[in-house]
Write a protein that binds this ligand. Structure first.
Ligand SMILES: O=C(O)CCC(=O)C(=O)O
Ligand SMILES: [Fe+2]
Length: 235
């Protein structure tokens, strides 16, 4: 099935409820096994990428990732374009609840135009590879003034078969509280949608801001690849 149709047919009201209530949503089986394999097979094809980052060198964790160059591979471009319009209303609702004037445009093209106006012109979609002992330190993917508050990650290997450990970890931190960890174990082909920076949470007196970070726990065995889609471009 075409990517756009596959995405449009997901249960968006349920996904939006997960994002509103918990700051993330796990969607099973969005990519086929073949699509996961094709993305991994392209890892060695340097022409596809604009930059490689060895995570240890920056204390980002242990592993490696590569940012795709424009034009993005068709699969990634289609995912980025077709998921965005379903998330923009959720993001706009968040901004309203947090009393922010900001409204995100309804289409990815217009978000990218806003990024360009701020000098954010580099693509941020990436592919990551971790081996035994690898991990990704807790972080937020912000690359300039324009940032969309949700992003995607697709898991390209099968936990329990291709690797052990390597769980996807989120922390959420409410004002004047300690952080709480959320540990997810997505399967191969699953899509996670999660909060990039902050989201509103309902308290006794209206909505307050909850900060979120994400990372990956240590791989105890095997190899784990993932593909991330961030909607804003980078400086
Ligand atoms: O490997 C992962 O699951 C997390 C990747 C990540 O940090 C990202 O896509 O922004
Ligand atoms: Fe990230």
């Amino acid at each position: 099935m075409e990517v756009k149709q596959r995405i449009d047919e997901l249960d968006w009201p349920q996904i939006a409820a997960g994002l509103d209530n918990k700051g993330y949503a796990q969607v099973k089986g969005v990519l086929t096994s073949d699509e996961c394999e094709e993305l991994k097979a392209g890892y060695a094809n340097e022409q596809r990428y604009r930059k490689t980052v060895v995570m240890e060198r920056h204390n980002y964790g242990k592993g490696e990732y590569k940012y795709f160059a424009y034009p993005l591979p068709a699969l990634i471009q289609q995912l980025r374009e077709s998921v965005y319009p379903h998330l923009a209303p959720v993001a706009n609702n968040w901004m309203l609840q947090l009393n922010k004037e900001h409204a995100f445009p309804g289409s990815l093209d217009n978000l990218i135009a806003l990024c360009h106006q701020q000098g954010q012109v580099k693509p941020t979609a990436l592919i990551l590879k971790y081996e035994q002992g690898g991990y990704n330190a807790m972080h937020q993917d912000l690359y300039g003034e324009v940032f969309f508050p949700m992003q995607l990650v697709f898991i390209l290997d099968e936990p329990g078969k291709d690797y052990e450990g390597g769980e996807f970890v989120l922390t959420e931190q409410k004002p004047r509280e300690q952080s709480r960890a959320i540990v997810l174990k997505p399967g191969k082909g699953d899509m996670l949608i999660f909060t990039t920076s902050f989201r509103p949470a309902k308290g006794l007196r209206g909505y307050h801001r909850v900060n979120m970070k994400h990372g990956v726990s240590e791989l105890t065995e095997g190899k784990r690849h993932s593909m991330g889609i961030i909607f804003h471009d980078a400086k």
